[in-house]
Unconditional design. Structure first.
Lengths: 53, 249, 232
C-alpha cells in the first residue's frame, strides 16, 4: 500500500501512467475501428457492383 | 535487397508485408515497456530531490521523444512523397499525424501533472520544453486541418507535405527561441530529467521505455498505414481481388 | 533582329511588374491598407480597456501588446494576398508566365509588405506613446517591427498560397501561420522589453535579421511550390 501511495505523490504518478495507457489503448481501438469500417465499406460496394452485373 | 524495398513501396505488397511484420514491432514493444514500467515504478531508487514523483519521467520523456520523432517521420515521408512521388510515403505521413498529435498531447498532460507537485502549478509557461511542446501540438493541428480542408487526396498530400517541411525548420527555430525566452524570464531550469548523472538503476528503465515506445509507435503506425493504403486504393483491382478472395482482411 | 535574339525581360522586371501591379491596386483601394492599420490601433486599445490603465502595467506590457497587435493585423491583411488574383484568374496567368514563379511570388509579397508591414512600422510610434514607451526604446521597437513584418509577410505568403481558395481559408491560414510566427513575436517583443530595461538587446536584433534574410531566401520557393499545388 505504501508502494502505491509513493509518499503523497502516488496520485500524480499513477494518473500519468494511467493516462498513457488509456491514450495508447484508445488510439489502437480507433485505428482498428477505422480499418474495419473501411474494409466493410469496400466489401459492400464491391458486392453491390457484382450484383448489378 | 533493393528488390525488397521496391516491393515495399508497392501498395499491395506493403499491405501484405505490414501485417506480417507487425508482431516484430509489437512483441519487443510489450517486453521493453513491461520491464520499463516495472523497473521504473518499483525498482528504481527514489530521487532525493523529487521523491517518487520523478517516476513520471518514464512516461513523459518517451511521449515527448515520440512526439518529435513522429513529426520527423511526417515531414520526411511527406518530402519523399513530394520529391519521388511515392504514394506510400504520403500514406505514412497521413497516418503518422494523429499518432504524433496523441503523443504530444500525452507529453503535455504528463508534463503538466508532473509540474503540479514540483512547481505548485498545473502549467508553467516559463518552462521552455512545455511551451515548445504546445507549439508542436499546434503544428500537428495545422497539418491535420490543412489535410482535412482539401478534398482532393493528391492535392492534400502535396500541400501538407510542403507545410510539414516548413514546419520542420520551424520546430528547430521554436526550440532555440523559446529556450532563449525562457532564460530571459526564468532563472532555474525546470523540467528535470534526472540531472547530470543519472543513477543506472534510474537510467535503464528509461532507455527501455524510450526504445519500447519507439517499437510501439512502429506497430501502431503500421496498422494505420495499412488502413490508409486500403482506403486510398479502394477502387483498384488488387483490393477487389483481395477482398473477394477467402482470406482477405 | 528576329524573335530569338530579342531581349528577354530579366527577373527583376518580373518582380517589379508584379509588385507595381499590386501597389497600384492597393492605391485604388486605400481601405485595404487602412483597415489593418485601424485594426492594429484598435487591438492596442483593447488591452488597457480590458486590464486597466495603470501606467506601470502599460509600460511593462507595451512591447508585448504592440507586437501581438502587429502580428494580428498582419494576419488579417495576409488573407487577401492571393485571393483576388485567384478569384479573377490572374493567378493562373502568374502560374503560366515564363518568369520564375518564386520571383513573382516575391514581387507580390514585397507589395504586401509595403502596404501592410511598412505602414505598421511607421504608425507604431504613435501607439507606443500611449503605452508610455520611452523615446529611447521606440527606435528599437520600430527596428524589430521592420525586420519582423518582413519575415511575417514572407512566412505568411506560404500560408496564403497553401490556403488560397479553400473553404474557411481565413481561420485555417491563421492556424497555419501562428506557430511559424511565434518565434518572430518572441524575438521582437522580448528584444524591445530588454531595451526598455536597459539590458543588452542586440542578440534579438541579429536573430530577427537572420530570420528575415532566411525567410527572404527560402520562403518564395515554398510559396511558389504551394501556389502550384493549390492550383493544379
Amino acid at each position: 500500500m505504501e508502494k502505491l501511495a509513493m509518499g503523497n505523490y502516488g496520485i500524480y504518478v499513477w494518473s500519468c501512467f494511467g493516462m498513457t495507457l488509456a491514450v495508447i489503448l484508445f488510439s489502437e481501438w480507433r485505428a482498428r475501428l477505422r480499418h474495419k469500417r473501411v474494409y466493410r465499406d469496400i466489401e459492400v460496394r464491391i458486392k453491390a457492383l457484382e450484383e448489378r452485373q | 535487397m533493393w528488390k525488397f524495398f521496391h516491393q515495399l513501396a508497392s501498395p499491395p505488397h506493403f499491405y501484405r508485408l505490414a501485417a506480417i511484420f507487425s508482431p516484430w514491432f509489437l512483441v519487443p514493444a510489450i517486453a521493453l515497456i513491461a520491464y520499463g514500467v516495472y523497473a521504473g515504478l518499483f525498482l528504481a531508487p527514489m530521487d532525493y530531490q523529487q521523491g517518487d514523483a520523478f517516476r513520471i519521467i518514464y512516461v513523459h520523456v518517451p511521449s515527448a521523444y515520440l512526439s518529435m520523432m513522429a513529426y520527423m517521420i511526417l515531414a520526411i515521408s511527406g518530402g519523399i512523397g513530394l520529391i519521388w512521388r511515392m504514394k506510400l510515403a504520403h500514406a505514412v505521413a497521413a497516418a503518422a499525424a494523429p499518432l504524433g498529435a496523441a503523443f504530444t498531447f500525452l507529453a503535455l498532460v504528463t508534463g503538466s501533472i508532473w509540474g503540479r507537485p514540483m512547481w505548485g502549478t498545473w502549467w508553467e509557461w516559463g518552462d521552455p520544453r512545455l511551451t515548445s511542446e504546445l507549439i508542436l501540438l499546434f503544428l500537428y493541428f495545422g497539418y491535420m486541418a490543412l489535410r482535412g480542408a482539401i478534398d482532393d487526396t493528391a492535392k492534400a498530400d502535396k500541400a501538407s507535405a510542403v507545410l510539414a517541411l516548413v514546419g520542420i525548420v520551424n520546430v528547430v527555430i521554436v526550440h532555440f527561441s523559446v529556450e532563449w525566452w525562457s532564460s530571459l524570464h526564468q532563472g532555474r531550469t525546470l523540467m528535470k530529467e534526472g540531472g547530470p548523472a543519472m543513477d543506472p538503476g534510474m537510467l535503464y528503465p528509461l532507455l527501455a521505455m524510450i526504445l519500447g515506445f519507439t517499437f510501439l509507435f512502429g506497430s501502431l503506425l503500421l496498422r494505420r498505414v495499412r488502413t490508409e493504403v486500403l482506403f486510398r486504393e479502394r477502387r483498384t483491382r488488387w483490393v477487389r481481388e483481395m477482398i473477394m478472395s477467402p482470406e482477405g482482411r | 533582329m528576329n524573335e530569338a535574339t530579342a531581349i528577354q525581360p530579366g527577373m527583376l522586371s518580373g518582380l517589379w511588374a508584379t509588385a507595381r501591379r499590386d501597389l497600384l491596386l492597393a492605391w485604388k483601394r486605400p481601405g485595404d491598407v487602412l483597415n489593418p492599420l485601424f485594426f492594429f490601433a484598435m487591438v492596442c486599445t483593447l488591452f488597457p480597456l480590458a486590464v486597466g490603465p495603470s501606467a506601470a502595467q502599460l509600460e511593462f506590457s507595451g512591447p508585448g501588446v504592440l507586437w501581438v497587435a502587429a502580428l494580428l493585423a498582419t494576419l488579417l491583411s495576409l488573407n487577401s494576398l492571393f485571393l483576388t488574383d485567384f478569384e479573377d484568374g490572374s493567378l493562373d496567368q502568374l502560374l503560366v508566365s515564363s518568369q520564375p514563379l518564386p520571383v513573382l511570388a516575391l514581387g507580390k509579397t514585397l507589395a504586401h509588405w509595403l502596404t501592410s508591414g511598412l505602414p505598421l512600422v511607421l504608425v507604431s510610434p504613435l501607439l507606443a506613446i500611449t503605452y508610455r514607451m520611452p523615446w529611447s526604446v521606440v527606435p528599437v521597437m520600430m527596428l524589430t517591427l521592420l525586420l519582423g513584418t518582413i519575415s511575417l509577410s514572407l512566412l505568411g505568403s506560404i500560408g496564403a498560397a497553401l490556403t488560397v481558395g479553400l473553404h474557411r481559408g481565413t481561420a485555417l491560414l491563421s492556424l497555419l501561420i501562428l506557430p511559424l510566427a511565434m518565434p518572430v513575436l518572441l524575438l521582437g517583443a522580448n528584444t524591445v522589453s530588454l531595451a526598455a530595461g536597459n539590458d543588452v538587446y542586440t542578440t534579438g536584433i541579429w536573430a530577427l535579421g537572420a530570420y528575415a534574410i532566411a525567410s527572404l531566401s527560402l520562403a518564395p520557393y515554398a510559396t511558389a511550390a504551394a501556389l502550384r499545388i493549390s492550383n493544379e
